[in-house]
Design a protein around this ligand. Sequence first.
Ligand SMILES: [Zn+2]
Length: 104
Amino acid sequence: MKLTSRAGGGNWPPSSFRRDLLPIPSKYYKGQGLKLSGGGEWKNALCPLHHDTRPSLLVHLVSGAFRCMACQKHGGDVLSFHMQRYGLKFREAAKQLGAWGTRT
Ligand SMILES: [Zn+2]
């Protein structure tokens, strides 16, 4: 029997994904048309993930994490938000956000 335990054989996260290229959360959320209000690092906004009538969404301007108090959608970064808002897969969302590196 052969032991083939090569490290790095997994493909998650994909090596093309460049977390460091994700947009800055504050810029990203403003670019998404969210009107951010409130003090501190957590901001309130109308939630674009459901038909929101009052600001139910909380977004964190440093980490990009978000949580909606009404529809319960949540995630840990802008990539997760982008996937949920536009129904994208990880790779598509990363590409749209410019965080999918291509080797040159
Ligand atoms: Zn919501």
